[in-house]
Ligand binder design. Structure first.
Ligand SMILES: Cc1cc2nc3c(=O)[nH]c(=O)nc-3n(C[C@H](O)[C@H](O)[C@H](O)COP(=O)(O)O)c2cc1C
Length: 194
């Protein structure tokens, strides 16, 4: 079975995106796909001075990414972009595995990726900017049926994310597209003639 990691861009305990992550996890499980959540929140700010070898927290995260096939990001929108912490994580992962070849494959190279968000307006801006970033670092972005969840008026007041039936259908379709891409790549790996 493919190794799929969910990556929460939020550090906000029980925030809207953590709630969305739980919903996404349920969708994967209903499609008989196990997923794990990447633990990354304690990594330091990237510095080229401690890139190789990296601090143990980064080493562990890089190892988890190397072992993965695909990454599904669930992230807040900060001023139209991802939060700085998530960008920092991606910078650590975008480095070459081989320190002697800075143009070589990175830790995240070629992973299948997708982005959703709980934000005002469904996170249209952050989904777009994240997809640009993930394309730039040579991952295979799936955005067919891309969708997010709009944080509603009452949600801001009570801290609970409401996901409408239409949004649930959209998310289901998006996760299914992502899984189709993961499975197609797996099939290709086992039968390179495809
Ligand atoms: C620095 C900052 C910038 C923000 N910018 C946006 C934004 O561009 N669009 C948006 O929808 N919400 C924005 N918000 C509000 C977030 O959607 C809100 O804080 C939300 O709770 C973040 O998601 P979380 O609860 O999953 O952490 C911003 C919040 C912060 C702290």
């Amino acid at each position: 079975m493919a190794n799929i990691l969910l990556i929460n861009g939020s550090t906000h305990k029980n925030g809207f995106n953590s709630q969305l992550l739980q919903h996404i996890k349920t969708i994967f499980n209903e499609l008989n796909q196990e997923v794990k959540e990447l633990e990354w929140q304690n990594i330091p700010i990237f510095s080229q001075d401690n890139d190789y070898p990296p601090p143990p927290s980064v080493e562990r995260v890089r190892r988890d990414i190397i072992a993965s096939d695909a990454l599904f990001f669930i992230t807040p929108e900060y001023n139209g972009f991802s939060p700085g912490g998530l960008k920092n994580l991606i910078d650590w992962l975008s480095r070459s595995i081989n320190p002697k070849n800075s143009r070589g494959e990175s830790f995240i190279h070629n992973r299948i990726t997708a982005v959703t968000s709980a934000a005002a307006g469904g996170g249209v801006a952050v989904r777009h900017t994240m997809e640009q970033l993930l394309t730039f670092i040579r991952t295979q972005v799936v955005n067919e049926h891309s969708c997010g969840v709009t944080i509603k008026e009452q949600d801001w007041a009570n801290g609970t994310l409401t996901i409408t039936d239409d949004e649930k259908i959209g998310l289901q379709r998006f996760v299914q597209s992502f899984l189709n891409a993961v499975k197609a790549k797996e099939a290709e790996r086992f039968n390179p003639m495809l």
